[in-house]
Ligand binder design. Structure first.
Ligand code: SF4
Length: 334
């Protein structure tokens, strides 16, 4: 994917900022930071990849590409930019490095972690494989490179069902999200062996909370991420990945909707759908929120914090990521 930035034009950037979905006072306040980042991107031959959970001041200004973790992995795999700044969490930066090892990958804050990634280690996976010999291991991308390296294939919430089905196995070890794993188990014939990880953002939602939304907002549609607990998914009109949820809103154009996921996504998606009222339960991911315009600028200024992976681990992890990308491409799964 060739990446060419237009010549730097601070006046054009300020004019464009005025059209962004940000309060005028905020757009004015961040203009100098955005111009500095745009200048540094050109000097470093860098791109910024931003996850859908980034705050609007990042998502709508300095991001060259936005998307869910699958889309960001695909973009990272094909970019010809020398430097990738991951406006997301650490496992996403690792996945970008695994997918495109020739690039320099920077994460603006090393503490931008993930409760799912922290729930399991490579040693845990080796123990599971010893306990269930021959059973394929499907690993959610929200994991460290060590865990990916022990896996047969990776998946995202958008393609987990297709990946499990593509293996054609009677039993599958599915790691590490117990709720995504249970939802996948409800969609496939294979027996799913679960791990006990959970997303600290999605597991806070409750079915009772969603029933209250239905009572308070007549006709509201509920769409939920499969990292939510089963009682939440039981209340949902649609269950899908962040991209699946965005597509669903575009196709159904509901009068009002609640997106049961990290709350910045509603802020970002609402911009494209002025006819839809977004009811926003505000569960923020503290790890995603560690990424700011200031630390993106510092990352580019000082080329920090570079993500490195042991080459042997990266090569094994890459097999699992590549297998996912190949299956996704062959089945046209988004
Ligand atoms: S929202 Fe959940 S799964 Fe995503 S990075 Fe935050 S803790 Fe991890």
């Amino acid at each position: 994917m060739p990446t060419t930035h237009a010549p730097l034009d601070p006046h054009a950037i300020r004019a464009r900022l005025a059209t962004r979905p940000l309060p005028g006072i905020e757009a004015a306040a961040i203009a100098d930071s955005v111009i500095a980042i745009e200048r540094l991107k050109r000097e470093r031959d860098a791109i910024v990849l931003a996850h859908n959970y980034m705050t609007p001041d990042i998502y709508h200004t300095v991001a060259d590409f936005t998307g869910d973790s699958l889309a960001l992995a695909q973009l990272a795999a094909t970019t010809d930019a020398r430097v990738i700044v991951m406006a997301g969490v650490h496992f996403m930066a690792e996945t970008a490095k695994i997918a495109n090892p020739a690039r320099t990958v920077l994460i603006p804050d090393l503490e931008a972690g993930c409760s799912l990634a922290a729930s399991i280690t490579g040693a845990d996976v080796r123990r599971l494989k010893a306990q269930y010999p021959g059973v394929p291991v499907v690993t959610y991308v929200n994991t460290s490179a060590d865990v990916k390296a022990e896996s047969d294939v990776c998946c995202t919430s958008g393609n987990a069902v297709e990946i499990v089905n593509a293996l054609g196995s009677d039993r599958v070890i599915f790691l590490p999200d117990q709720y995504l794993g249970r939802w996948v188990a409800s969609q496939v014939r294979a027996q799913i062996i679960l791990w006990h990880g959970a997303c600290e953002v999605h597991e806070r939602f409750t079915g009772a909370e969603l029933r209250a939304y239905r009572q308070q907002h007549a006709g509201i549609r509920i769409i939920a991420h499969p990292e939510c607990p089963p009682d939440v998914l039981a209340e949902a009109d649609y269950v899908g990945s962040t991209k699946g949820m965005i597509d669903w809103v575009g196709q159904h154009r509901p009068r009002s909707v609640v997106m049961v996921t990290e709350c910045s996504m509603s802020d970002n998606v609402a911009v494209e759908h002025p006819g839809t009222e977004f009811v926003r339960p505000c569960n923020l991911c503290p790890h995603m929120k560690r990424i700011t315009l200031d630390n993106i600028r510092l990352a580019l200024e000082h080329m920090q914090h570079e993500v490195t992976i042991d080459p042997a681990v990266a090569a094994r992890a890459r097999r699992a990521v590549d297998r996912m990308l190949e299956i996704s491409a062959s089945r046209k799964v988004a």
